[in-house]
Ligand binder design. Structure first.
Ligand SMILES: Cc1cc2nc3c(=O)[nH]c(=O)nc-3n(C[C@H](O)[C@H](O)[C@H](O)COP(=O)(O)OP(=O)(O)OC[C@H]3O[C@@H](n4cnc5c(N)ncnc54)[C@H](O)[C@@H]3O)c2cc1C
Ligand SMILES: *[C@@H]1O[C@H](CO)[C@@H](O)[C@H](O)[C@H]1NC(C)=O
Ligand SMILES: *[C@@H]1O[C@H](CO)[C@@H](O)[C@H](O)[C@H]1NC(C)=O
Ligand SMILES: CC(=O)N[C@H]1CO[C@H](CO)[C@@H](O)[C@@H]1O
Length: 446
């Protein structure tokens, strides 16, 4: 009996977590799958700004032995300060460090790049252990991409690697290649792909910069007139902070045009933000200067992905590629973890633990979807149907002034505190399925 061969496209949070769990399925080493992880970047991408791990996500990192290392690498954010153009405090929302209540700052705040690196290294050590026992483990391929994916027969998927010009075939292909997934475009088709991505008319630039005298352990959130804003947040390192600049604009086509060219478009992406923030006030001059120098600048449209079906024959999508909830939801990473756990558990149950003639791929893929969808649907329900973000942002100075005054009044009336006591975070409603996986040692702290 030959173990299944699985290709995972994308070495992000979802892809590496899935591979780790697949290798921890409670089966003999000879039954463990051959896994290839294909990543377009030439090395693991240590980019991105602060992300949250909430509720169910915390239970899942614990299963991977990652709780201590992740908690040792958090950004230490104390909470949110809304500031005005003269950097005066308008309102304050402290972090919830118990994980029980929903505030802007969640139980675990970590830089996306740090988390991606930890997940990648976890996957490497698990793979190493499997190989030491005679299993196949994971083969990583960096710096390449697929330019075709075809269902060659009912149970084989043929793929072609663009750069190395090589054709291979797999039992299963998983597209864990993020919001702008090309697996989704290749398999679902260009038209379905366009229809699946629901723009929130918001575009973000992420980078880090040296700390200055006004920075602290508090996130500073400045909302400028003209529907744009900035967050400057602690990074976990004393001498650096992270920046998220964003613009909301449904008509300026340049925002979607510069998203197309990938890394080639970085100069155009930076120029667009520099144009929009030139007269935004506050610390914009410093931000533009630092953005222009930043080597870790990352641009992304803010969007959600909605698909009726996450799999087609033997191709399945996972994480942002299948069901991006957008950074506004604060749930993207928790959903990537939950989905990876459900997909690995379902494959272990219906495929990996069975002899070849009894493998039930269809049930595994549909079970993953049934288990994961309810959490996705909740997370994708944004305040005011996604218009919430627009409601908070205004075109004119006087509207911004009224907004600032009303947040100030709300903060002083204790409304924020009351709100946070009423409603638990949606992540605490997300169920962690009771799949059994092999125990793994706690990831070393250094
Ligand atoms: C560089 C980067 C920075 C990010 N920064 C933030 C942030 O600051 N805040 C936030 O809320 N979310 C951010 N995100 C998104 C966040 O990581 C996800 O919402 C969440 O963690 C779910 O992860 P995922 O694994 O599904 O997707 P992702 O984390 O997007 O991972 C997808 C992976 O697939 C790779 N990939 C893409 N296309 C291909 C291809 N054609 N072939 C092979 N590999 C491919 C990407 O390089 C990436 O490594 C960022 C994503 C990336 C890639
Ligand atoms: C790719 O490989 C095929 C078959 O091996 C060969 O015919 C073709 O010329 C190669 N293409 C490139 C661009 O090298
Ligand atoms: C949005 O873009 C349009 C077209 O470029 C521009 O005219 C408009 O001023 C922009 N809106 C804001 C709020 O900047
Ligand atoms: C990826 C990363 O930054 N890891 C750090 C996490 O925390 C430990 C212990 O403080 C460091 O040794 C790692 O370098």
């Amino acid at each position: 009996m030959s173990p299944p061969s699985i290709l995972i496209v994308g070495s992000g949070i979802a892809g590496t977590t899935l591979a780790s769990f697949l290798l921890l399925a409670p089966i003999s080493v000879s039954q463990k799958p051959h896994i290839t992880i294909l990543e377009r970047a030439s090395h693991p991408r240590a980019q991105g700004q602060n992300i949250d791990i909430r509720g169910a996500g915390v239970a899942i990192i614990r299963k991977l032995g990652l709780e201590s290392v992740i908690k040792a690498n958090t950004t230490g954010e104390e909470g949110v300060h809304f500031v005005d153009d003269r950097n005066r405090l308008i309102a304050e929302g402290p972090a919830d460090k118990t994980g029980k209540v929903q505030t802007g700052t969640s139980d675990i705040e970590i830089l996306r790049g740090t988390l991606a690196e930890i997940c990648y290294r976890r996957c490497l050590t698990i793979s190493h252990d499997v190989k030491a026992k005679g299993g196949a483990g994971v083969e990583f391929i960096f710096g390449d991409y697929l330019d075709s994916i075809t269902q060659a027969s009912p149970d084989r998927v043929e793929v072609h690697f663009g750069k190395r010009n090589e054709t291979r075939s797999y039992d299963l292909v998983i597209g864990a290649d993020g919001l702008q997934s090309s697996t989704r475009a290749l398999v679902w088709g260009a038209e379905a792909d366009r229809a699946a991505v629901r723009s929130l008319d918001m575009y973000g630039g992420f980078f880090s910069m040296p700390s200055g005298p006004t920075d602290s352990e508090w996130r500073r959130w400045f909302i400028a007139p003209g529907r744009k804003g900035v967050m400057v947040r602690p990074s976990g390192l004393k001498d650096r902070v992270t920046v998220f600049m964003y613009c909301i604009n449904a008509t300026d086509q340049r925002f979607s045009e510069v998203a197309e060219g990938g890394r080639k478009s970085i100069e155009a992406q930076k120029a667009l933000f520099a144009e929009y923030f030139a007269d935004a006030g506050w610390e914009s001059a410093r931000l533009i200067r630092e953005m222009n120098e930043a080597e870790d600048f990352y641009y992304s449209p803010v969007a959600q992905v909605k698909l009726d079906e996450w799999s087609k024959d033997r191709v399945v999508l996972l994480g942002d590629a299948a069901y991006c909830a957008s950074p506004i939801s604060g749930m993207g990473t928790t959903l990537a973890f939950t989905g990876a756990h459900n997909l690995a558990g379902s494959l272990a149950e219906h495929v990996l633990s069975r002899p070849e003639e009894k493998r039930d791929w269809e049930t595994a893929l549909s079970q993953h979807e049934t288990l994961t969808r309810p959490a996705v649907e909740k997370a994708q329900t944004l305040p005011f149907g996604g218009q919430g973000i627009k409601v908070l942002h205004f075109e004119t100075w006087w509207a911004v002034w009224i907004f600032r005054t009303s947040i100030w009044a709300m903060a002083n009336s204790g409304v924020f505190g009351l709100l946070s006591k009423w409603k638990g975070p949606p992540a605490n409603d997300v169920k962690v399925e009771a799949f059994e996986f092999e125990k793994v040692e706690e990831f070393p702290l250094s």
